[in-house]
Design a protein around this ligand. Sequence first.
Ligand code: MRU
Length: 349
Amino acid sequence: MLFVVRTTELLTVTWKDNSVVMIDQTKLPNKLEFVKCKTYERVADCIKNMVIRGAPAIGVAAAMGLALAALKSKTKTPDGLLHELDIAFKALRNTRPTAVNLLWALERVMKKANSQSSVKTIKAIVLNEALEMAKEDINTNKEMGVFGSALIEDGDNILTHCNAGALATVAYGTALGVLRAAKEQGKRISVIATETRPVLQGARLTAFELKHDGIDVSVAPDTAIGSLMSSGAVKKIIVGADRVLRTGHVFNKIGTYQVAVLANKHDLPLYVAAPLSTFDLKSDPDKVTIEQRPFDEITTMGGKRIVPKGVRVFNPAFDVTPPELISGIITEKGVLRPPYDMAIKTIIE
Ligand code: MRU
């Protein structure tokens, strides 16, 4: 299926005037500002510091980072250029370890680069592949929207965690793309965005983009999730993913596991929306690196210290939800149902 991209759509990351331009997500919701990256090192920095974040978005940004490395290279030989690309590849790959889209995107571009034998064609193919990926991302999200929206009923109250929206992708979103599609079909929905401590992607980003699109949204503290579920305020849950394993284990923003356990306790369906670029068929659940973020995200709030000095803190950025807590995984090829190992095999092989 091919969808039309509206030119008015706000793009999280784009290629413009030989630069990578991205929305500065650290400034939202108070300011809508853009950052222009002219080097791959700057792109890597923006990924690491979460100027851009969300699994598909950092994949596309990293691919465009490689395009910048190719473009800026002064080398005269294909081997020299491939060597420089390899250095950029490593720098971009080492920014954030959990979302597999980053590695997937970088490897896909490097494979194309290695298929060429001249400096000119390597440069051209690297940029072309990165731009292709950005286009594909929007299309994939819209395809997921078609399948996923069938799970949403008129009048649903849906809880989502973190931000798996337009801001986590090039546009439209994965989990929030499903909700956008449901809204476009005329279904009346209301969304509860969890705050998502400590970086507050739910409060700052999900609420911002849903409000921007006129989708009814309320923000709730992470600590209210159980109480909201037990009071009947939530009908279903939809989240995104940073990595889905062949077993159906889902790595996503810290707190997703808690949401899933509570959903299970209250007999509420929990769906994960993830493009196939988020699937990692090689790793075992205990082999995936969970990113540990800086402690000051926990110890300070609004620039003020909130934890006594000298007290230990934990700040894992992601957790893993086991397959038995997941009712379905929405992909661009359809909705997968348990047993996921079988369903994933059928769809991918
Ligand atoms: O640390 P972040 O903000 O990059 O984490 C993002 C998430 O966990 C999202 O839920 C996930 O990447 C899915 S995005 C479509």
